[in-house]
Design a protein around this ligand. Structure first.
Ligand code: FES
Length: 74
């Protein structure tokens, strides 16, 4: 199994999301989720962060990574 370290410029993993913040934190009240399944991004490439928009597929192909979303199910 091939292991590839993916890092953003400067050694981090977040390439561009909300870089002006000291720490990117998101919270959700699970009982308020409207859909049966909600996918949250863990690759830091989503255009709809913190929600997954499928960008992990392109990222994984580009660098040989295997990241995917966190699924919250009702
Ligand atoms: Fe990041 Fe899907 S877009 S996990």
């Amino acid at each position: 199994r091939r292991m590839v370290a993916v890092k953003a410029e400067g050694g981090g993993i977040n390439p561009e999301i909300r870089k002006s913040e000291d720490k990117v934190v998101d919270s959700v009240v699970v009982t308020e989720l409207a859909k049966p399944v909600t996918a949250y991004c863990r690759c830091w490439r989503s255009g709809t962060f913190p929600l997954c928009d499928g960008s992990h597929v392109k990222h994984n192909k580009a660098v040989g990574d295997n990241v995917g979303p966190l699924l919250l199910k009702k």
